[in-house]
Design a protein around this ligand. Structure first.
Ligand code: SF4
Length: 403
């Protein structure tokens, strides 16, 4: 059992999160050398990619894609910058992309333009003959980094020592977590969820157990639990840096939902004040936010839902409608340009892209495609077989529950 408290560690990805925030609204792609000035960690690339103009990179990617043909399947997450997203064969949220990739067994290489945990999930779900590639290994996720394997293993040991086994507590992890955490859930009777099926996985867990440990996003967990009618005083937050998560055994025994102390630095930027300001400006506005936003923000929004839900809501809305959106800026900008007959804007007046997603600069994409043309696999993502097998168990449970 782990007894002592640890020193609080803030992931580097979290410290770097505001590196690309701008007040001028300009997210134009620059040369990699210029973008390196943002001062975050970037993976080293051969020097020639640093100075290439966006036009040269563009021409290189188009030519490489033509040469490589169907051998390569390029996946683009909704939060990718436009200059990468437009090359995607398939687009979607993390789960949709991994599932689609697993159905495309003809593609030898899957280039995942997203972040590290997504590429891991694609590797777990893809065939043994397929190779998943992440263009920039520095593209992590600050939320996933808030649930380090050792901390979660210690917490699980502490919780089960106080509460008992699987009929007392079941772990649920959000898709936005490392393969190690998904595997821990698979080994311990747990399940994976997405932002669109978290409630179904809570139901599944409560059929088997008295309580859940929800990882790593406290906001998605809290918003889901409250919407299901679980009383507030039965929901607690586990602080990985305090002994027993900061709770007495009695409090743990009284709880029904134990939330890991993690969050998304992009979605926690949205506030009730921004929503009020959008309503002052556009009285007819429809406000839709992602469930990774805080409870206070979710409480005053008109609609709450996953990335795919937000895309569907706005795309199917009548012409002339007004949408204030609380999610990543690249997606909001894309929705605005794809729906010129509607008014679509981001609730946050400061343009703050997800700093890890943003590290998939087109020059990194060109680098890995050039590698494939030369017979080199750059940045393969390979989850160890035992971890992948356990993670697959937790993912399969989710598929059985939510399809
Ligand atoms: S938007 Fe948030 S949860 Fe998604 S990749 Fe970025 S930091 Fe992670």
């Amino acid at each position: 059992m782990t007894i002592g408290s640890r020193q609080t560690v803030i992931p580097i990805t979290e410290l770097e999160q505001s590196a690309f925030c701008r007040t001028d609204g300009n997210l134009r792609t620059l040369t990699l050398e210029e973008e390196f000035q943002a001062g975050v960690r970037w993976q080293k690339v051969p020097i020639r990619y640093l100075k290439m103009t966006p036009e040269e990179v563009d021409a290189g990617i188009a030519s490489a894609r033509e040469t490589l043909g169907d051998q390569v399947l390029l996946l683009g997450h909704h939060y990718q910058r436009e200059d990468v997203f437009r090359y995607a064969d398939l687009s979607g949220d993390s789960y949709k992309l991994s599932r689609l990739a697993s159905e495309r067994k003809d593609a030898e290489y899957i280039v995942f333009c997203g972040v590290h945990f997504m590429a891991e999930t694609a590797d777990i779900l893809s065939g043994p003959e397929q190779t998943v590639i992440l263009p920039n290994m520095a593209a992590g996720c600050s939320m996933a980094d808030m649930a380090q394997t050792e901390d979660v293993e210690d917490a699980w040991e502490d919780l089960t020592s106080v509460l008992g086994g699987q009929d007392e507590i079941v772990p649920i992890t959000y898709m936005n977590s490392t393969a190690d955490i998904k595997a821990l859930c698979g080994r311990n009777g747990g399940i994976v969820c997405t932002s669109s099926n978290a409630d179904l996985t809570f139901d599944w867990a409560f059929e088997r157990s008295k309580r859940v440990l929800f990882l790593p996003d406290q906001h998605l967990g809290r918003n889901t639990a409250l919407a299901m009618g679980i009383p507030e005083d039965e929901i607690i937050v586990w602080n990985p840096y305090a002994p027993m998560g900061g709770h007495t055994p009695e409090v743990l025994r009284r709880s029904r939902v134990i939330l890991w102390q993690g969050h998304c630095s992009v979605h926690t930027r949205f506030t009730p004040k921004q929503i009020q300001e959008s309503r002052d400006k556009y009285p007819e506005v429809n406000v839709v936010v992602h469930p990774e936003c805080t409870r206070e923000t979710v409480d005053v929004a008109d609609y709450v839902g996953s990335t795919e839900y937000i895309v569907k809501m706005v795309s199917e809305a009548p012409a002339g409608s007004v949408w204030g959106i609380g999610t990543e800026i690249n997606l909001v900008n894309r929705l605005a340009s794809e729906n010129p007959d509607k008014t679509v804007f981001c609730l946050d007046p400061i343009v703050c892209p997800c700093a890890t997603m943003y590290r998939i600069h087109p020059a990194y994409l060109l680098w890995v495609l050039d590698g494939l043309m030369a017979g080199l696999v750059i940045n393969p993502i390979k989850v160890p077989e035992k971890t992948a097998a356990d993670g697959r168990v937790a993912l399969q449970r989710m598929l059985d529950v939510a399809g």
